[in-house]
Write a protein that binds this ligand. Structure first.
Ligand code: S3P
Length: 178
């Protein structure tokens, strides 16, 4: 089976952008990050957007970006952790190609994001982050492929992603051959 696009979903800190960028480079597809698209079109960082205009405005910018991506092909797309919670976004994304979820345990996520300050939704207590993380798992589990990135480095995750794509019977171009 041929893949039109590969879309990465999952919680913050699961490696969607790092893995997406590496995968796109490997198979020579375009890499798109929805957060970067929002930053480019609005001229504000995600953090500034949340601070100046709030989450509601961020979510509407995010939905506009997703709508613009609908006709894309041969792209690896890293979504924001909340993108697919909007049913309209999910409807578009699931029809765009192979959806892969990157999973990580809460401890791993907290460790990975501990020295970063750019995620407004993580500026809260562990209990609150845990609640957010738990409440979203059912959405992420809608992906066709789920990769556990806990205790793995980028190379290991990338290898897993490629292996799983092939195991599921999808074709990647010859560049992904080892
Ligand atoms: C969000 C995740 C972020 C970014 C925004 C909101 C979320 O993206 O879109 O801060 O709701 O989970 P990453 O998952 O790339 O950090």
């Amino acid at each position: 089976m041929e893949i039109t696009n590969i879309i990465l979903i999952g919680f913050m800190g699961t490696g969607k952008s790092s893995i997406g960028k590496r995968l796109a480079k490997l198979i020579d597809w375009e890499f798109i990050d929805t957060d970067w698209e929002i930053e480019e079109t609005t001229g504000l960082s995600v953090l500034e957007m949340f601070r100046k205009h709030g989450e509601v405005r961020f979510r509407s910018e995010e939905a506009l970006v997703v709508r613009r991506l609908e006709e894309k092909a041969h792209c690896v797309i890293a979504t924001g952790g909340g993108t697919i919670l909007n049913p309209e976004n999910w409807e578009i994304i699931k029809n765009m190609g192979l959806v892969i979820c990157l999973y990580a345990s809460l401890d791993t996520i907290l460790e990975r994001v501990s020295n970063r300050n750019d995620r407004p939704l993580l500026k809260r207590s562990r209990e609150e982050i845990e609640e957010l993380w738990s409440s979203r798992q059912a959405f992420y589990n809608q992906a066709q492929i789920i990769i556990d990135t806990t205790d793995q480095d980028i190379d290991g995750v990338l290898e897993d992603v490629i292996k799983k794509i092939k195991e599921e019977g999808f074709e990647l171009n010859e560049l992904a051959e080892d």
